[in-house]
Design a protein around this ligand. Structure first.
Ligand code: C2E
Ligand code: MG
Ligand code: MG
Ligand code: MG
Length: 277
């Protein structure tokens, strides 16, 4: 049982909570500082077609390296960036990095789509679709070569506004994927009214396939996608057995450590070069 300490406004926190808040504030301060100094990196993880394992795209994933050579997980710092109001600027920066990377690859002869994760606060900014449009124009990127990944939490937040923004993005020719699909426990009925292109099956529905898990949820998402005319992509595929299972169910695309881990932008060029030789 944690010891209680008294906060100056008379609120009681446990020592644990106090420490946790200080830890969070420290990280936020350091994140703000490191972002401003250009220390963040964007890495890319290949996405392949299940049919012929051709490269169809990459997901852009933020990396925050520390002085000592280790990395803080985005699963830890993205929520902090969201709370601290930093995610709008950081997210815009990621989009710009992705646009530049897309262009660089295209100039090297590989035209693929780059998927960028979008958080709720970014989506809520007025004129978000217009900002995305302007960014693509700035770098001369064809909208079909940028995909936005949003979670169910984005979609369920002020559904009407979100649908309008999605429609605007769609009209621009940008693809939209629902990330971590099936983990948000949202009502399924909304999904058929959304102008989206792809469902990403969350890793949690894949990691235990052939290990006691019957794959019922993965199968459900794949057939739902097929019925709605949406592509399905499996994330977090690590084994041959998982891959075979998903492919047999009709899953279209795959992303996972078995094929390629996220890598820095120069490594991605090498990866593509090796595949082409
Ligand atoms: P996500 O969007 O679902 O990204 C997929 C995550 O699964 C990535 O973790 C990726 O490295 C990991 N992954 C892919 N294949 C495998 C596999 O075979 N095995 C395992 N164990 N993991 C695999 P990562 O890079 O740590 O990112 C975690 C989350 O942080 C992302 O989940 C996304 O929600 C968030 N994130 C990352 N970059 C950004 C960003 O630029 N903006 C926003 N808003 N969120 C981001
Ligand atoms: Mg994602
Ligand atoms: Mg995901
Ligand atoms: Mg996930």
């Amino acid at each position: 049982h944690a010891k209680k300490i008294k906060h100056k406004e008379g609120v009681y926190y446990s020592i644990d909570m106090q420490e946790k808040m200080e830890w969070r504030l420290g990280l936020i301060r350091q994140l703000r500082h490191d972002f401003a100094r250009g220390k963040l990196e964007v890495w890319y993880q290949p996405q392949l077609s299940f049919d012929d394992l051709s490269l169809i795209g990459c997901e852009a994933l933020l990396r925050w390296p520390l002085e000592n050579g280790t990395y803080i997980s985005p699963a830890v710092f993205i929520p902090l960036a969201e709370d601290a109001g930093l995610i709008v600027d950081i997210g815009q920066w990621v989009l710009e990095q992705a646009c530049q990377q897309q262009k660089r690859l295209e100039n090297e002869g590989t035209e693929i789509c780059i998927a960028v994760n979008v958080s709720v606060p970014q989506f809520k900014v007025k004129g978000y679709a217009q900002t995305v449009k302007n960014t693509l124009l700035k770098y001369g990127v064809d909208p079909k070569n940028i995909e936005l990944e949003v979670t169910e939490s984005v979609v369920m937040d002020e559904l009407d506004t979100v649908i309008n923004t999605l429609k605007e993005l769609k009209a621009l020719g940008i693809e939209v994927a629902i990330d971590d699909f099936g983990t948000g426990f949202s009502s399924l009925s909304y999904i058929q009214s959304l102008p989206i292109d792809r469902l990403k099956i969350d890793r949690s529905f894949i990691k235990d396939l052939n290990n006691g898990d019957t794959g019922a949820v993965a199968g459900l998402v794949i057939s739902l996608g097929a019925k709605l005319g949406l592509k399905t992509i499996a994330e977090g595929v690590e084994t041959q057995e998982q891959a075979k299972f998903l492919k047999d169910l009709g899953c279209d695309e795959v992303q996972g450590f078995m094929y390629a881990k996220p890598m820095p932008e120069n490594k991605l060029l090498e990866f593509i070069g090796k595949r082409n030789t």
